[in-house]
Design a protein around this ligand. Structure first.
Ligand code: GLY
Length: 324
């Protein structure tokens, strides 16, 4: 016979479970995903489905989780169709694209990152080269371009960029240009052995000041991977992500037992509580844990994200978090 204490415990568990299921259903998107055996790939935005499917194919072909991350992101960089990733992404205020990317592997906690990269077709491959062929984690600007070229990452000519910048300065540049478009492809991979990896790539906010770096290449901001827990990624206005180490925060909440959906939502609420902008942050998160559960949250607009397992591939949507 159960004791009064165990009945109370059971009641608390039932109430907690019910309220969690409710919070995941009401106004915040899909019911929190149940555990799923890997491999599993999650990515930001509808274009992420192209990436997740290629990443899954790479895993099916017996390639590594890092190959899967890189393969998926390279295709979005190649297509560069969304105005926010790759050399076709939104140019900066001086009229040319400067790209950011990073990659991180759970085992060994390894990472590579590039920022302010000019004329390189695949920043994600440059980031991987930094991780695998240097003692550093992050390279920026001209040094990052030189390193990418040294490692055979495809490039285009950048001869005219200095002239573009000079012309912009001569036009009496606006020190606070209007920015637009800031989508990022972020891919999170759980492989069949239960290890996680992730990567992201972006041209950053269109119209940004030359030299501006967003959240995407900053570990713990645009991307964070921890092989004990899982991975999280961000998209949206980088400044509103990087000031809060948002993906590190999400992973730490997952470590404490939160479902990825709940962790993404909680970090959004906490940022909104601190930030003078409240929920007008224009940021979104995705997260994936080692049990194969995933989730997403958005501050201020509907957010589609792609999920591909061995059984299915779909674009899910979350509504903006219900303000509290
Ligand atoms: N999230 C991409 C950026 O703000 O640069």
């Amino acid at each position: 016979m159960s004791s009064p204490h165990s009945s109370r415990t059971l009641f608390a568990v039932v109430v907690f479970s019910a309220s969690f299921a409710l919070s995941a259903c009401v106004g915040t998107g899909p019911v929190a995903s149940p555990p799923a055996k890997g491999p599993l790939v999650v990515a930001t935005w509808p274009f992420g489905k192209i990436a997740t499917e290629l990443s899954m194919q790479a895993l099916r072909d017996g390639r590594s989780r890092l190959d899967a991350v890189e393969t998926g992101i390279r295709e979005i960089e190649r297509l560069s169709s969304d105005g926010s990733v790759g050399l076709g992404g939104g140019p900066n205020a001086a009229g040319y694209p400067q790209l950011d990317a990073c990659i991180m592997d759970g085992p060994g906690h390894r990472a590579g990152s590039v920022a302010g990269l000019e004329g390189i077709v695949h920043p994600i491959s440059a980031a991987r080269a930094v991780m695998e062929h240097s003692k550093h984690v992050m390279l920026v600007g001209e040094g990052a371009r030189w390193f990418a070229l040294e490692h055979g990452v495809a490039s285009v000519d950048v001869q005219d960029l200095a002239a573009k910048k000079a012309a912009w300065v001569a036009r009496q540049r606006d020190p606070n240009p209007d920015r637009s478009g800031h989508d990022t492809v972020t891919v999170l991979v759980l492989d069949a052995e239960g290890h996680v990896a992730g990567g992201c790539s972006t041209s950053g906010a269109g119209g940004k000041l030359p030299g501006r770096v967003g959240d995407s290449p900053i570990l713990g901001a645009g991307l964070y991977v921890d092989d004990e827990v899982g991975a999280a990624g961000a998209t949206g206005i980088g400044e509103n992500v990087m000031r809060y180490c948002a993906t590190f925060w999400i992973v730490e909440l997952m470590r404490q037992g939160r479902h990825p959906q709940a962790a993404c939502e909680e970090v959004l609420h906490r940022i909104a509580r601190i930030d003078p902008r409240g929920y007008a942050l224009d940021i979104c998160f995705i997260a994936l844990d080692k049990q194969g559960r995933h989730g997403a949250a958005a501050s201020s607009h509907r957010f589609p994200y792609a999920v591909t397992s061995t059984a299915a591939s779909e674009v899910l949507h979350v509504e903006p978090v219900t303000r509290r």
